[in-house]
Design a protein around this ligand. Structure first.
Ligand SMILES: O=C(O)CCC(=O)C(=O)O
Length: 227
């Protein structure tokens, strides 16, 4: 078992999530590159993508939990971009402008089979097209509009962070549902906020940037390597 500093513990005692993995697990950004996940994000987004956040979720008998309906709106940023934000586990988080939020992509890698009984993610299809929703707007949406996203081990679920989603508990508290949730961007926000860069810089220092970039401009990758 891997113990990650800053894991979030459920009331029943078991760890259920570890945030800020790009900074806690140093080789993670390079691993995402070499396993092809970053290339997949680049394909979806039509430009060279880089990870800006990674969270590990582990729902199991001793850590059965629920996340109410929400959109993902805050992400790790550089310390000097801290604005309207909060500190989690020593990392600054802030909300970028709506256009940037709409441009992000989350890839969720599943390590276990999951379905309604084991607390798979539920989403409201196309809800991201309405932009940032207020709490009142989210409350107005009936639970019947949420559809489950079952998955097999190895499946990757691609969602926009603004897609309305909720995570109900595992019905009987049985089984295990482990997910690595990685958020990708293709550029910094437009409003002066900068993503927390260290993970991306780590990849460049390893010389791995450019190995996977199906649609990114080659010249840009060369620039990174020459720096
Ligand atoms: O995977 C889950 O159960 C929770 C996911 C979630 O709510 C999120 O990533 O914001």
């Amino acid at each position: 078992m891997v113990h990650i500093a800053g894991s979030v513990h459920h009331r029943s005692g078991g760890p259920f999530a570890a945030r800020g993995l790009l900074w806690k697990v140093e080789p993670l950004a390079a691993l995402l590159e070499s396993c092809g996940l970053t290339a997949l994000a680049s394909l979806f987004l039509g430009h060279r993508a880089f990870p800006i956040d990674a969270i590990y979720f582990d729902k199991h008998a001793r850590a059965n939990w629920t996340v109410p309906a929400h959109q993902d709106r805050i992400f790790p940023v550089g310390d000097d971009s801290f604005r309207k934000g909060r500190i989690r586990d020593g990392v600054a988080y802030a909300e970028p402008d709506p256009g940037t939020l709409a441009s992000l992509l989350a890839l969720r890698v599943h390590f276990d089979e999951t379905h309604t009984d084991t607390g798979c993610l539920h989403v409201v299809p196309a809800s991201h097209l309405n932009g940032v929703l207020t709490t009142a707007q989210i409350r107005e949406i009936p639970l019947q509009r949420y559809i489950p996203c079952p998955a097999a081990p190895g499946d990757v679920l691609a969602i926009r962070p603004l897609l309305l989603h909720r995570s109900p508990p595992s019905n009987k508290g049985e089984g295990q549902r482990r997910v690595l949730h990685v958020v990708y961007a293709t550029r910094d926000p437009a409003d002066g906020i900068q993503w927390r860069r260290s993970a991306q810089q780590g990849v460049a220092a390893d010389g791995l940037v450019g190995r996977f970039a199906p649609s990114g401009p080659a010249a840009e990758r060369r620039d990174v390597r020459q720096r």
